[in-house]
Structure formats: structure tokens, C-alpha cells
Design a binder for this molecule. Structure first.
Ligand code: SF4
Length: 320
């Protein structure tokens, strides 16, 4: 009998007693300090944000308008709030019909969702929490882009509702973070996670396996370190190359070799064995099924990835 991996869906079901789906939203005006030149330009070498955004044309409505932590005004707040509502209504309806979702968490997914003036963040988060059947928020961000004011505010909110922060950890190795132009070091992300935990917030850590020049041992060290920092949930991803990224150029020059499917399955299996049982799993695969994917081609078909991963997990009596 194979044991089911503890998933985030199970965590939410246990807590709320009904099926809860995350509703990803992508709000115009949000960017990233690693793209706008504040810490670097161009972003992480693998980042072509459309590859992991919901494909909603409304998100492009305010093209050219960008906020940051020091913006003194926001002339487009009303439009951002409308976008949020439109996206939530459309996607929650679809999730209700297709996945039988009964309640929702609003997931601020694209770019850096604490990288805007505090008043803007507060207005957007509170609007999201006002929607019918919303039980909480999950906020994707960078460790160098969340102010103490926002931490304190989220800590207060978390006394009444479910609040998660998602940090991209990716790797604990600074040489890797430099190589991918991450724009912050691993000490920065450790500090932010520990601070979030001190504030009593739930933290999901994103890990990438297959980063340039990383061995299996390094990937597993990253997983161990992430668990030891006290993350409550985890997303594991293989690194894949998409068009219009710096990584695509490195790949074309023969400077980057993507992780093989069998090595990814091995690393993932061992990372799951090392994982404390209370840490829920939100993702074990990633890919993109369109012409933007360059390599590795096994990242094209997510169902096939899950099938192969499950086959590999048989070895340790687990299933996803
Ligand atoms: S932190 Fe995220 S949004 Fe910013 S450049 Fe890196 S991958 Fe892109």
C-alpha cells in the first residue's frame, strides 16, 4: 500500500472541511526589482514571466505602468482593483465548474506581489479577502522586497484569515544565485523566511532542481536547508528553458545543460524522503506545453511527468 504525499490541498481540506482552490491573479503595475533595475536588470536568467502567468489579456491593460516600494502615488489603483475582481470572478467560476472548488485562496502570483506602496497592497489584499467564499491569500514575492510594515500588517491579518507568503528560494548556493542573476543572496532569503516565521506567517518555499552547475548533492542540501528554516509548504520545479530568456541564449551557446528526467525524479524522491511530514507539497513538476519551451522536452507534458514521478516514487512507497 503506497502512502499519499501530504499535499497542500489536503492541508486546506483538513483545515476548512471543503475543497479549496487557489485562484491565481496577475495584476498590472507589479514588476520585480530584479527587472526594473533596482537590484538588477533583465531578471533571473530563466524568467519570461508570461510562461508562468495566467493567460488573461486583462493583465496587459496597463502596459508601461509599474510600481515599486517607493512609489508615492498610484493613479491606477481603481483599475487594478477592477482587474483583480474580473480575474477572480472568471477563474473561480471555472474552478468551481471544472474542479468542484467550494472555497478559494487568492494567489497573487506574477512578479513580486509585495513590491508596491503599502496602501496599494492593503487595498488589493483587502479587496481579495472581500470576495465571496475566499478563505485567505497566498502572496508570491522576493525576500528583498517585503517591508516590515507589510510583514506586520500580514501578521495582523493572519489572526483572522489564512495568509501564506511564497518565497523563491531556488538554491542556497550563492554561486548559483549569481549565475542565474537572482539579485539577492541566500542569506537574504533565509533572513526573510525566519522573519516571516517570527511573525507567525505561513511560508511556502519554491525550490528549483537543475540549476546551472548544481550537483544532486547541492540540490538536496538546498531542500534540507529550506526545511530547516521552517517552511510550511514546498513547491519543487525542474528548471526548463523558454524562448526570450537569457537562459535560452546560454543553452544555444552550449553553456547550460538541462536536468534529465531521471535525475529530476531521483532528486525529488530523495528530497521528499528528507521532508518533515508536516510540510505540505504544492507542486512536484513544472512545464509548458507550447512553442515557447526549448528544453528539456520532457517538461512539455505535465501528465507524463507526474506519471514518471509516481513510477519513481513507487520505490519508496509514496504516491502523489
Ligand atoms: S524574482 Fe521572479 S519575477 Fe523577478 S526576475 Fe526572478 S523569476 Fe522573474
Amino acid at each position: 500500500m503506497r502512502e499519499q504525499i501530504f499535499t497542500f490541498g489536503q492541508y486546506l481540506h483538513r483545515k476548512f472541511g471543503v475543497k479549496i482552490s487557489k485562484v491565481p491573479v496577475s495584476i498590472s503595475g507589479f514588476t520585480c526589482p530584479n527587472i526594473d533595475g533596482t537590484v538588477a536588470k533583465g531578471g533571473c536568467t530563466f524568467c519570461e514571466n508570461d510562461s508562468f502567468s495566467p493567460s488573461l489579456d486583462h493583465t496587459r491593460e496597463l502596459k508601461g505602468f509599474f510600481l515599486n516600494l517607493h512609489s508615492t502615488s498610484n493613479p491606477n489603483l481603481e483599475k487594478q482593483l477592477q482587474q483583480l475582481e474580473w480575474q477572480f470572478n472568471a477563474l473561480s467560476k471555472r474552478l468551481q465548474e471544472e474542479k468542484r472548488a467550494e472555497k478559494y485562496m487568492v494567489y497573487f502570483q506574477s512578479f513580486t506581489n509585495t513590491y508596491a506602496p503599502f496602501d496599494t497592497l492593503k487595498a488589493l489584499y483587502e479587496k481579495a479577502l472581500s470576495f465571496e467564499n475566499v478563505v485567505g491569500l497566498s502572496i508570491g514575492t522576493r525576500s528583498d522586497s517585503i517591508s516590515d510594515e507589510t510583514f506586520k500588517y500580514l501578521a495582523e491579518l493572519s489572526k483572522q484569515t489564512e495568509i501564506w507568503i511564497e518565497f523563491g528560494i531556488q538554491s542556497i548556493y550563492d554561486e548559483t544565485l549569481e549565475r542565474i542573476n537572482r539579485g539577492h543572496d541566500s542569506a537574504n532569503v533565509k533572513e526573510a523566511i525566519l522573519k516571516a516565521k517570527l511573525y507567525g506567517l505561513n511560508v511556502c518555499g519554491h525550490l528549483i532542481f537543475g540549476l546551472p552547475n548544481e550537483s544532486k548533492e547541492m540540490m538536496l542540501e538546498t531542500a534540507k536547508e529550506a526545511y530547516s528554516l521552517g517552511i510550511d509548504s514546498v513547491k519543487y520545479h525542474p528548471l526548463y528553458v523558454v524562448k526570450r530568456t537569457a537562459l535560452a541564449n546560454e543553452y544555444a551557446r552550449g553553456e547550460f545543460e538541462p536536468i534529465s528526467e531521471s535525475l529530476y525524479c531521483d532528486v525529488l524522491r530523495e528530497a521528499l524522503l528528507l521532508k518533515p511530514s508536516h510540510v505540505s507539497v504544492q507542486r512536484i513538476s513544472a512545464g509548458i506545453d507550447d512553442e515557447s519551451l526549448i528544453a528539456p522536452l520532457w517538461c512539455k507534458d505535465k501528465n507524463e511527468q507526474i506519471r514518471k514521478i509516481n513510477k519513481s516514487l513507487e520505490l519508496i512507497g509514496l504516491k502523489y
